[in-house]
Design a protein around this ligand. Structure first.
Ligand SMILES: [Zn+2]
Length: 122
């Protein structure tokens, strides 16, 4: 049996570590007077950490829930139009409800077009 045990390392005073997770989902939406259309959305989440050891299944769970959906049919997007900023906020809030606090979420409709949120106090 290996005695190599991976130990988490606390961030030094004045520092935070971070992890970046990326995921993809295919979905359609209709917002701001545009016609119904779809994207291969890309999502990038930054998590601020106090220690190096980290394991998060929340992000992939939330992304899976958006894959192959028409976003306007998700109750959240009946209240907030499914723009990239609101999709990012939905992802952040969904992850938080699963116990994982994101620091920043960015959603890309294309390589050159994204929107997102930074979560204050995380
Ligand atoms: Zn779009």
């Amino acid at each position: 049996m290996s005695k190599a045990i991976k130990k988490a390392i606390e961030a030094p005073r004045g520092y935070h570590y971070f992890h970046i997770l990326e995921g993809f989902f295919v979905a359609s939406h209709k917002h701001y007077g545009e016609t119904l259309h779809g994207h291969n959305f890309r999502c990038r989440v930054k998590l601020r950490l106090d220690r190096t050891e980290f394991n998060c299944a929340c992000f992939s769970q939330v992304i899976r829930g958006l894959d192959y959906q028409h976003l306007n049919r998700i109750p959240y997007f009946r209240k907030f139009t499914p723009s990239t900023e609101h999709i990012a906020r939905y992802i952040a809030e969904s992850m938080a409800s699963l116990g994982c606090q994101a620091f920043e979420v960015e959603v890309f409709e294309t390589d050159g077009c994204s929107g997102g949120v930074t979560i204050c106090g995380s």
